[in-house]
Design a binder for this molecule. Structure first.
Ligand SMILES: [Zn+2]
Length: 1086
């Protein structure tokens, strides 16, 4: 995945170490935290936490999806208040995770603030340092988030994932027999290639377009029994109502040997008919654009923003957008010049739309800013370094609806009202503080006015809090000392000299008009005391004159001119002004060459400035020296680069300048010193997330590409520097964490377990290690401890949890969706509830749970529980009551129960089938019934026939012909060696043609042999291919020989033809075959 793509763009960083602002506070409010800014438009933004990357856009995309928002806001997570949380999810971290989501959403909806913070939510993920974010691609994050939500919501009537969850079938389709092999995958997004595709339609076709396996790549088809040409690809089996498409704009540049982002144009429409891209095409399945997540930057970093449509008409877009155009016009009038930039606002979108609402209500969400935009702006995201990265479409038939306030739990309103109350209070306090200043007043006794010095560091002062609108007169009244003036004084902390800028004498003026500064200090001086050194520019400085190599200090002012300085020198040395040579020793500037009016304040003196006083002798070639000096400085500057350093346990980035000639070791020491760290630390390069190991310590920074241009992003983290090739694994036990460095290829899980048990002082036999999921909850037991670290796919900094073996761990649970049926046929199958069982619970436990949960009041033997397979047909009947659940093969974890009239006790050698009689004249089936087939190890056709004859009570003399229904092929497979042979002959014919092209007669005769052998074996063992008889299968039987009857019904025929046509047409997607409702072909019931 593109881990490093999702770094925060450098400009987004918020360095904590910057140059200190010297600006003074203007009023009492300036030292206070600025209260939340009010919400301007309807939608609130999300604050940029500095390292939250794509998360803000992702969260806004969830919030702006009414279905998502509805589920989250509706959850009754707490009983009364947020402090009193109930036990919705047993797991506290999940509960907290949902609650934080809820709190964030109610804030986005009701908080009277321009932007809200995601900090509480991310810390509930355990994403405090933003580190996990960089390791994940946004679409990966999307997936884990949905899976986590899905699990968190188990046991509640609320669901989110079904809105976002689609199914893709990864298939290999034999071109000889047309059978597909493959597996289904649940997807949360489709990954669409931008490279080579002009628009979304092309992108989707290239997604479903299979590629041909031929020549050396031919595929061995188990049904045909030989190597065949085949198509390999992905089919979209089910689209979610809310469809997420990730546009892959990345490609590998072979010349540069690096990943680059394509800025090519890739158009996507506001409306798209998705029906043609489905495995079974349908008409008119229109999806409408709901949002776009946009990536700005290059392949190595960037920033995310997003456009979303206001689906619930919450914002007043019409009037907002009118303001937008007005503001834009004003700006353009000010500019009065054309830039080269294309103004997409003005260009119409290049496609027609049928629903005008799709073009309305668009907003641009960029962290804390949310602004309305015209729909035309969307095409700005078709291309360029800022372009669409994720598209979110929704099924037109999915009608958005808003929660009424009654449906939102009351505690959420209480919560947000409290926050609003606090914001309101903060604002009031802030406004009040803005109107006030504090000044301090002292008497003259501790101050040497003449020498600008304090006589004592400590002096008594009285502070006054004053309203800015009060007058100077009022101030004097308050102080109540008529014969005194207030003289302002400022302390220069560098020179330790006092400056007296002014008296406060304009009685009528307000303090604001007089610009009386907050926290200013004033001395009370007698009105008759004359102080000449008062004035705004009378800022005292100390100047050292080097006369005859002896320094002498003088008190001058920044308003002192060069002429006055020369006069002073003349007084001291007798050198006439025009013969004086006055040189600033520090920067070698010749002060005596400057014009007489130049003031010392312009010369950037420092505390140590010394002025060399000489009599002019001859002209020296000073300039040359100066140049050389500057050159040297320049060179030094070249070796200095900036680095950005984060701590692993704290948010924030610090910027440092470092010399690239130093080694990694020196750099680590430097960083530790800067942060005042004394314990063991190591350094990680966040670009690629690589730790510097021991052998790297002697490397100079300049040898590493990432440092050369500056801006390298590093993380200093707690822990020892690892040996070469070792990675760090964290093991958590209860609340303690232990770190171990291991060699991923050599070291085994055993080692980690033993070491950590030793560390935590627990018994290894009693404990087990678990991998964790996204919420740091155990998700997979590492049971085989002889595996190596890399065999278990553990990566650097992964966390494991050490648990007691008997603890109830989520990953050791099976979650069932329980359905019920009364007839035993899939058409009356009804979902009942989700239930969780421990893997080591037995079937008996499961059945007892069902009996008690649904109050069935029956004997355990009267309950049949069976598997629901991927095609939604009923499969295996579970037997063996004492077998633990983990030993059963569940195809979907969907199970169905049925209450039987009489006890059932199926044995291992009994197979439950569904048989029905074929009426070959009317080409229909009748008399569907359950039939128990007593199977041998290798059940033959003969055995099946005899048992059915006995079951339906006909003589063995009567000819009986059988066929098996192949689900989703709509095909009745005639169980007859001759017929199967015939079918295969047809297949062989095709194969021969292809075989001749390959010119491999040798190989071909081998294939023929194989085929012949298989024909003999056909029906010898019905469990095997091509019959693959299994529990739950439908068997049709026919009395008598009807060579012209193919066992198909008219419906089967239609569906099969449509399916074949759809397969053929798939690649040019002209198919307009309607997908049939599943129930229509499940069972023929008379
Ligand atoms: Zn085949």
């Amino acid at each position: 995945m593109f881990g490093d793509t999702f770094e925060t763009w450098q400009e987004e960083l918020n360095p904590t170490i910057t140059t200190y602002q010297t600006r003074k506070a203007r009023n009492c409010a300036d030292q206070m935290e600025i209260p939340e800014l009010p919400r301007i438009k309807h939608f609130a933004g999300l604050k940029n936490q500095g390292a939250t990357c794509y998360l803000n856009s992702l969260i806004q995309s969830y919030y702006m999806s009414p279905e998502f928002r509805k589920v989250i806001l509706q959850l009754p997570l707490c009983k009364e208040t947020i402090e009193n949380s109930a036990n919705l999810a047993q797991n506290e971290s999940r509960n907290r995770f949902l609650l934080e989501f809820q709190k964030l959403f109610i804030q986005l909806q009701n908080l009277q603030s321009k932007a809200t913070s995601t900090e509480a939510l991310t810390s509930s993920f355990g994403w405090n340092d933003g580190q996990q974010m960089w390791q994940q691609d946004v679409s990966d994050a999307n997936k884990v988030l949905f899976e986590t939500l899905d699990r968190s919501l188990y046991g509640t009537p609320y669901v989110i994932a079904p809105f976002y969850k689609g199914v893709v079938f990864h298939h290999i389709t034999c071109l000889n027999c047309n059978n597909s092999h493959g597996n289904e995958e649940i997807i949360y997004d489709l990954n669409i290639q931008v490279e080579g595709n002009k628009n979304l339609s092309e992108g989707l076709f290239s997604y479903i377009n299979p590629f041909l396996l031929d020549g050396n790549n031919q595929y061995f088809c188990e049904i045909c029994g030989f190597k065949v040409d085949a198509l390999k690809g992905d089919k979209i089996r089910k689209l979610p109502p809310i469809l997420t498409l990730t546009l892959n704009r990345y490609t590998f540049d072979q010349k540069k040997m690096q990943r680059v982002k394509l800025n090519d144009r890739f158009e996507f429409p506001l409306e798209i008919d998705m029906g043609v891209y489905l495995e079974n095409s349908v008409d008119n399945l229109v999806y409408e654009l709901q949002g776009i997540i946009i990536h700005r930057g290059n392949a190595h970093g960037g920033h995310y923003l997003a456009y979303f449509r206001d689906l619930l008409d919450e914002g007043d877009w019409e009037s907002h957008i009118a303001e937008y155009w007005k503001e834009k016009e004003e700006i353009q009038q000010q500019k009065r010049q054309n830039t080269d930039e294309v103004d997409y606002d003005e260009i119409k979108l290049p496609f027609e739309i049928t629903n005008p609402k799709v073009a309305q209500g668009w907003y641009d969400f960029n962290d804390s800013s949310v602004i309305p935009i015209p729909v035309n702006k969307i095409q700005q995201q078709f291309q360029g370094s800022e372009s669409a990265y994720i598209l979110i479409y929704r099924d037109r038939n999915l009608i958005p609806s808003k929660l009424s306030s009654q449906e939102i739990p009351k505690y959420l309103y209480d919560y947000v009202n409290q926050l609003n109350q606090k914001i309101e209070n903060d604002r009031q306090i802030y406004e009040e503080a803005k109107q006030h200043i504090v000044i301090s007043v002292t008497d003259v006794s501790k101050i040497d006015l003449l020498n600008h010095k304090l006589l004592d560091e400590k002096y008594d002062k009285i502070t006054y809090k004053l309203k800015l609108s009060s007058t100077v007169q009022q101030l004097y009244q308050q102080i109540n000392k008529d014969e005194y003036w207030l003289l302002e004084f400022q302390e220069n902390y560098q020179t330790n000299l006092l400056h007296f800028p002014r008296y406060l004498q304009n009685f009528e003026n307000t303090l604001e008009e007089e610009k009386v500064a907050h926290e200013s200090t004033w001395i009370l001086v007698k009105k008759d005391q004359d102080i000449p050194q008062v004035g705004l520019l009378k800022i005292p400085i100390r100047v050292n004159l080097l006369i005859d190599k002896k320094p002498q200090a003088f008190l001058l002012y920044i308003s002192t001119t060069v002429l006055e300085l020369k006069q002073l020198v003349c007084q001291l040395t007798g050198i006439p002004q025009e013969e004086q040579e006055l040189k600033n020793v520090q920067n070698q500037k010749m002060i005596s060459d400057l014009s007489d009016e130049t003031q010392l304040g312009e010369l950037q003196f420092t505390l140590e400035t010394q002025i060399l006083v000489k009599k002019k002798v001859q002209i020296q070639n000073i300039n040359k020296n100066v140049n050389k000096n500057e050159q040297q400085q320049q060179q030094v500057g070249d070796d200095i680069v900036s680095i950005l350093v984060e701590k692993d346990d704290q948010i924030g980035v610090s910027k440092f300048y470092v010399n690239i000639n130093q080694t990694i070791q020196e750099l680590i020491e430097f960083i530790k010193e800067q942060f005042g760290m004394i314990d063991a630390r190591r350094l990680r390069n966040l670009n690629g997330s690589q730790l510097f190991c021991k052998s790297d310590l002697s490397i100079q920074l300049k040898e590493l590409q990432d440092f050369k241009e500056g801006g390298a992003r590093l993380q200093i983290e707690k822990g020892e520097i690892p040996e070469n090739g070792k990675i760090s694994i964290l093991v958590k036990y209860q609340e303690q964490t232990f770190e171990i460095h291991v060699d991923p290829k050599q070291d085994k899980i055993e080692l980690i377990k033993l070491e950590s048990c030793k560390q935590f002082n627990v018994e290894p036999i009693q404990h087990k290690l678990y991998k964790v999921d996204w919420l740091q909850v155990p998700s997979e037991a590492l049971s085989d401890e002889t595996k190596t670290i890399s065999q278990c796919y553990l990566r650097d900094r992964d966390l494991l949890i050490l648990c007691d073996k008997t603890a109830q761990i989520d990953c050791e649970l099976i979650r069932f969706q329980i359905f019920s049926t009364t007839t035993g046929y899939p058409d009356d199958c009804v979902f009942q509830k989700h239930e969780t069982m421990r893997k080591d619970a037995t079937l008996k436990d499961l059945k007892q749970m069902i009996i008690s949960t649904f109050n069935l009041n029956i004997d355990i033997d009267n309950l049949r529980v069976r598997d629901i397979n991927k095609n939604r047909f009923f499969g295996q009947v579970f037997r063996k009551l004492d077998l633990p659940l983990q030993k059963f093969q569940f195809s979907t974890h969907d199970i169905v129960y049925q209450v039987l009239n009489k006890p059932e006790n199926l044995q291992d050698d009994e197979m439950l089938l569904l048989i029905k009689q074929r009426d070959p004249i009317n080409k229909v089936y009748k008399q569907q019934q359950e039939f128990i087939f007593k199977v041998s190890k290798t059940p033959t056709l003969q055995e099946l026939k005899q048992q059915i004859q006995a079951f339906i009570g006909i003589s063995q003399e009567i000819q009986l012909e059988l066929a098996k229904f192949v689900f989703y092929e709509f095909l009745w497979l005639h169980i007859d060696p001759k017929m199967i042979q015939m079918q295969q002959q047809q297949g062989k014919g095709k194969q021969n043609k292809k075989g001749n092209q390959n010119n491999k007669s040798n190989q071909q005769s081998k294939q023929n042999q194989q085929q012949q052998q298989q024909q003999q074996n056909v029906c010898e063992n019905l469990r095997k291919s091509p019959i693959n008889l299994g529990e739950g299968d439908f068997i049709g039987y026919r009395l008598g020989h009807y060579p012209d009857d193919d066992f198909q019904t008219k419906e089967d025929q239609d569906l099969r033809q449509r399916m074949i046509a759809a397969r053929k047409n798939k690649h040019n997607a002209l198919g307009t075959i309607r997908r049939q409702k599943e129930v229509e072909f499940v069972v023929d019931i008379q």
